[in-house]
Design a protein around this ligand. Sequence first.
Ligand code: NDP
Length: 484
Amino acid sequence: MKKLSNYINGDFSSPINNKYIENYSPTNGCVYSLIPDSDEKDVDMAISAAKKSFESWGKSTKEYRYQWMMKLADAIDKNAEELVMAESFDNGKPEWLARAVDIPRCSANIRFFATAILHFDSDSHDMDGGALNYTLKQPIGVAGCISPWNLPLYLLTWKIAPALAAGNTVVAKPSEITPYTAYLFSKICHDIDFPPGVINIVHGYGDTAGDAVVKKCDIISFTGGTETGKIIAINAASQFKKYSLELGGKNPMVIFEDCDFDLAVETAIKAAFLNQGQICLCGSRIFIEDSIYPKFRAAFLKQTKCLRVGDPKNKSSNLGAIVSKQHLENILDKINIAEKDGGKIIIGGKRVFLDGDLADGYYMLPTVIENTKNTDEINQREVFGPVATILPFRDEKEVVKMCNEVKYGLSASIFCNNISKAHRMAASIDAGVVWINTWLLRDLRIPFGGMKHSGVGREGGEHSLDFFTETKNVCVKIENGGNK
Ligand code: NDP
């Protein structure tokens, strides 16, 4: 059985306690590798390597960091197909999705921040009476990067890239549920002789390895669930560390009667079920203006019925496997609760058993539920699976209230061809990211993040670079009040 290693100081190492965790492929329910069950001691080793390498990386030129990061991005592209297959096997997502989205985004993340740092500038404030303030943006030290399982290497590189570009070194802990591409990434770093100790990857559970990363690194960037985010916020805040949290969502799709109907249906399908509904931005509450509710319901169901759940290797599979057995059971439990609360499952709601080698994989049907109240648990708690509810609404006021009647505030999509109404809605909905007549259209420069229980801080472009740097103001008094 393949044993994965930690990557510390440019070398591969076994966990000091010699304990391993079984790594399952959700595609077939089989254990196919073992990953280090690292603890505080491994994290200590990684942090000490990262601290040492910070002495040089933190003082290096932007051009130097740019060159190394571009080399890393090129090496990811060269190994793209291996990463695609590994991501799909480890996570359950269709290979076509990993090939179209996940893996290209890894090298794109790295290239984006490698070039962004070359253009990152800072402020200067000229004072009346002869003084000048200028702002330094300095790297902080060792960045702890903790990522979830849904977009494994995509989200890990989204954190590592700005941290490195800004001059920090990194200790990263990928999700123990999907560790494999992070391991392949460390092999790529090793193969290109990336400066040792600048990127360190420690595998293991969140409450051991992850906890040590949070308590011992200088700055924490976390993406994951809201409950975990709470623990991380407490641990980081008690040491006055900078932290950024990208957390869960319960995102509304709002469909008005004057929308481009076909576009709205097609986008709502994608938003509900892409990546088996396991994207923090998925639109899981679909609000439809009551005048078009029957028409939308029929079209949405018709398209949901056409979605194929199947072998992630097949191009024709729209949905692959759910990431783990436990997660599949959680999703089915939440559907049961929705039914007990009076919800009606109009399609799906069941596990699917594929044939042959995939018979023990964790597959389920895309599920649509109606007849729910917005206050029901199914509309209040994140399901993070291929499950959407459809609810009618009367008018703008009512739908805004329903959109905002949740603890989350990550994203929202509005389908509407009345410009003023769309802008009013965008301004009124509690969400860090609002799309109008689209979904998941991303520009890496935009501020990305959530309100309320969906997060703290913003990632993307200069927001990430700001986060990963300490801002220092220098005030210079100029002799003779600055007069010639
Ligand atoms: P979790 O919160 O369970 O885990 C995220 C990461 O944190 C994992 O690496 C986990 O390790 C680690 N972790 C767990 N406990 C601790 C701890 N006490 N200290 C430090 N680290 C810890 O999230 P999931 O992996 O289940 O991911 C799904 C969630 O992520 C969903 O809620 C989703 O909405 C959210 N998400 C948010 C995004 C955003 O941008 N807002 C984007 C993508 C996902 P381990 O795996 O061992 O538990």
